[in-house]
Design a protein around this ligand. Structure first.
Ligand code: ADP
Ligand code: MG
Length: 445
């Protein structure tokens, strides 16, 4: 495997399968055209070229640095058409990724203006905003934690993007990169450079600090960096997938320091926030979608908003290819593959687990004879989704729920069908549950 392929393989681990298959898989590394400071890839069409350039060039450069110690410029070239006839309109090809972004390693699109605040992330958003207004003065360090794809990196970089124009020096780094940098300088006996580099910035953004876990030597170095910066009134912002307390193998002194400033969590977005994020991404990517399609996408995706851009680009690409408007049916068709993949092997257990968790009842309650309102509602939904998503027959379902015969199941099905027709909010909620069940089944395999 050449270095280009190795890097793409690493990238695969970090992005969704859909994104990988749609874009990254299409990249072809050109070792002969590449040098230590330039990595050249070839792609089949301009859409993929601009997508990769905007979304992944930074990441690819970073992964090269992790692997080789050198951070190259990343060039995305269009594959030359084989026949001379295929000149085609490939106007959009720009040569190299934008300079400022490369220098600072920040994604220029990760700004506060492009971030959608909603109740799930309001607290972290407000904290990040005030840190950007008064760096080093309010919450230091700021520690943001939450699940994958919930916008931690975006929010953290928004602080950097806000401070850069004021001439502040900003370092954005993953822990992985920090560790790599550290070991490389240690090996080359250039620790002075390392110290200088990290200790002289105004704003240090360290992403995914859960990876400090059990790295004793790096923790030691990070501790000193942290102390120096903080004593000098320099701002530190960190993210992780869990709060400091729950990061195993983290020195007590670091853990307590991580909690000195403010610890803010980001929760999975509610439906409205998801919809607003999709709208924002449409705007940024210049994709026009009707509200019905947007609502549909919002119910298809899970909490991980990383999928959104992949989906938009997929829709956009298909609609261009087939000269079709993106209607709801068109969207369903295009995304079917992805949904189908997910709906294999759904069992009544996974349905019960998801419904219990989402509707806040116990699985045993759903199967009980309780008539309390929320339990009855959960039971109905469970019956409906089991019938829709599993091969179980009505008598089998009746038996599972301890009912005399299948007439109750049949009655429930009718009732839910009616509700689905009458109540749009209910319909969206059911679709959302369906998607969560599929997602869960999918990830547990
Ligand atoms: P994390 O670092 O938490 O895994 P990212 O910051 O990488 O997540 O976010 C994943 C994608 O979702 C990015 O494209 C980001 O812009 C987008 N995103 C997440 N949350 C929001 C939000 N609230 N508003 C706008 N975009 C968001
Ligand atoms: Mg991140």
């Amino acid at each position: 495997m050449n270095i280009g392929d190795t890097v793409l393989h690493m990238l695969k681990e970090e992005i969704s399968d859909i994104e990988y298959n749609r874009y990254i898989k299409q990249l072809n590394y050109l070792p002969k055209s590449s040098r230590s400071n330039l990595a050249v890839f070839e792609v089949p069409n301009p859409l993929i070229a601009s997508w990769v350039k905007n979304r992944y060039a930074e990441k690819i450069a970073h992964l090269f640095e992790v692997k080789t110690g050198n951070r190259p410029d990343v060039e995305i070239r269009l594959k030359k058409p084989k026949s001379a006839a295929g000149k085609s309109g490939m106007k959009k090809t720009e040569k190299s990724p934008s300079e400022p972004a490369l220098l600072t390693m920040l994604n220029p699109a990760y700004t506060f203006a492009n971030f959608v605040a909603g109740s799930s992330n309001q607290f972290a958003y407000a904290a990040a905003k005030s840190v950007s207004e008064k760096p080093g003065q309010v919450y230091n360090p700021l520690f943001i934690y939450g699940g994958v794809g919930l916008g931690k990196t975006h929010l953290m970089q928004a602080i950097g993007n806000a401070l850069l124009p004021q001439g502040k020096s900003v370092i954005y780094t993953s822990v992985e990169q920090f560790v790599n940098d550290f070991t490389r300088h240690l090996r080359n006996q250039t620790m002075d450079h390392f110290k200088e580099k990290y200790r002289q910035c105004d704003l240090l953004l360290i992403d995914d600090v859960q990876f400090l876990s059990n790295k004793i030597q790096t923790q030691e170095e990070f501790f000193h960096t942290f102390e120096t910066l903080r004593n000098d009134g320099k701002q530190i912002v960190m993210t992780a997938d869990k709060p400091p307390k729950r990061i195993a193998g983290l020195e007590a002194r670091l853990q307590s320091r991580f909690e000195w400033g403010l610890v803010a969590d980001i929760q999975p977005p509610e439906l409205e926030t998801k919809i607003a994020i999709i709208k924002k991404k449409c705007e940024l990517n210049r994709v026009i979608l009707g509200n019905d399609v947007i609502n549909y996408i919002a119910t298809v995706i899970e909490s991980n908003t990383r999928e959104i851009e992949g989906i938009l680009s997929k829709l956009h690409a298909y609609s261009q290819l087939m000269h079709q408007e993106i209607t709801i049916d068109f969207a369903k068709n295009v995304l079917r593959e992805q949904l189908q993949e997910k709906s294999d092997n759904i069992t009544i257990d996974s349905i019960m687990k998801t419904i219990a968790r989402e509707l806040n009842v116990k699985p045993s309650e759903i199967r009980s004879k309780s008539r309390s309102r929320n339990i009855v509602a959960a039971r109905r939904v469970a019956i409906y989704l089991t019938r829709e998503l599993t091969p179980m027959s009505m008598p089998q379902i009746a038996q599972y729920f301890g009912m005399k015969d299948h007439s109750t199941v049949s009655h429930t099905m009718k009732k839910i069908h009616r509700l689905l027709e009458e109540d749009e909010a209910f319909k969206i909620r059911i679709e959302e549950l369906h998607n969560k069940i599929s997602a869960r089944t999918h990830t547990e395999q």
